[in-house]
Each structure stands twice: as C-alpha cells, then as structure tokens.
Design a protein around this ligand. Sequence first.
Ligand code: GDP
Length: 298
Amino acid sequence: RIKKGLKKTSQVLNTDVRDLFKSEGRLIDEDFLDELRAILFKTDMGYDPAEELVSEVAKGMRGRVVQMQEVIDVLKSKLKELMAQDESPIRFADSGPTIIMVCGVNGAGKTTSIAKLACMFRGQDKSVVLGAGDTFRAAAVEQLGIWADRLGVECIKGPEGSHPATVAYQAVEHAIKSNADVCIVDTAGRLQTQKNLMTELTKIRDSIRKQIPDAPHEVLLVLDATTGQNGISQANNFADAAGCTGIVLAKLDGTAKGGVVVAIRQQIGLPVKYVGVGEQHEDLVLFNPDNFVDEMFD
Ligand code: GDP
C-alpha cells in the first residue's frame, strides 16, 4: 500500500527519467549526469544521496550508451543500500502495557497518526488506551476523543487545563489497571524554545517512568512529508529533546518529493517506522526501504 503514498513522487520521477531517454539508449556523459542530478534533487532527497547515486551511475557507465532500465537498476540498488535499516516495528514491553509517546509540531499529522496506530493495534487484537496529552489545544483533545470513539478505544483526557504530564500519568495508570496492551500518549505540539520543549517532554517522560521504569518503549516523532527539508531541522530539535526512537512520516501521499525519506534516513539517525498515506485511520504503512524504492520507480 506504499504505492498510494508514492503516487505523486513516482509519477514525476518516472516522467523525468523517461524524458532523459528520448531515443533508444543514451550516452552517459557529463550532460546526462547533470540532468540526472537535477532530477534527483527535485525529489528532495538532499545533496549527498543525490551525489552518491550520480557517482554510482558514472562509475559503472560513463562513456557507454545504456538503456533506461540499466540506470534505474543501479539507482534502485544504491538507494536501497543508502536507506537500509533494521526491520524495526514497535518494541513491545515484555510484560504489562507498551507505552508509546508521540510528539511532533502542530499540524504535522500527530492526532491522525495516533488514531492510525491505535487502529493498527486494534487490528492485531491488542487493547489500546490513548492519553490526550496535547492539553494546550482543546481541539486536539476533542479530535483524539472523536477518533477514540470511532475506533472503540479508551481515551484519557484529564481535567481541563491539566499538565500534559498529569494526563500521561493518568493514561498509563489506567492502562496498567485495565491490563491494556498498548498506551499511546499524545504530547504538546508547540515548538517553543528548545529548552521549554525539552523540559515539557522530560516531565511527561518522568511521569510515565514513575510507573513503568523502562517506559516509554517507543517515542515516535511525527513529521509532515510535505514540509520537505524544513521538517528535518525540526526533527533534529525533537529528536534531541524527546529522545525519539523512530519516525512516523505523515502525508507522504501529499507530496511529489517522496525522496525526503532518503534525506531523513541520512540526516537524522532514526529509523522511519511508519508512513502515512492518507487521511483515513487505515492509511498507515509499515515502512520497508526495499518496497519503498521499488514503488518510487514503478
Ligand atoms: P496534528 O495537529 O499534528 O495533530 O495534525 P492532524 O492529525 O490534525 O492532521 C492535520 C491534517 O493533516 C488533517 O487534515 C489530517 O487529515 C491531515 N493528515 C494527517 N495525516 C495525513 C496523511 O498521511 N495523508 C494526508 N493526505 N493527510 C493527512
């Protein structure tokens, strides 16, 4: 289903690559390499990966006339190498509830991604408790409640004006008492100063650890794929502040610059775990680099 998320990217990329090969084959010379480089940049994969791909093509093919498929095969295998990561779905707790903290800036797709994760766990027959910890936005709390009702999972909201850490505490407490399998804790999405953000996320984490010392088991950062390279500097702030363990890349379907996943893999030392490919609760895909690259060029 990653196909749905890469539709725009693969349309643009494949049209561009086909245009490189108007005739039967093409001589791999400097002009060709420059054009190829420009196409790769356009996907937002970033400078270094694009250079590495161009070098790989140049290394094996410079001075030869080659067919399109040969170039695509080289690009695909090098990309797969660049994006390789451990197969890393969620790390579940050995016993008791698995606690997943979710962070990201407002609008990135945090609430929707939490609903998608909840839906996925429900599909795996796991019971889920949500903690509506984005208490600075009444709308976020309300929205999460609506998703929870729709999915038939519990949502702990806490009294109005409560601190995110209090809600996190209550959600985890409830998850333990009710023997839930998974507890997903939302956090505030304001990107204030790095220091405030860090203090707040640390408080949330501490309130979780009071009850389960080795939790949260995952800290997922939701990034908006449509913000491209911009999202990456944001991501680094969060990764430092929250001790993130992985990324959920939302709205991949909304961009033709799906190469941003390559940039993320290269510039943030975190695995991309899930990808959002639409607005519905089932629109979440486990990230697999090989499938991703295959669909990019499909
Ligand atoms: P939050 O402010 O970070 O909680 O963001 P929301 O979850 O409310 O999402 C913001 C907007 O992005 C909403 O209109 C969502 O429907 C939309 N959205 C979230 N994830 C995706 C996705 O994977 N694909 C698309 N097309 N839209 C998404």
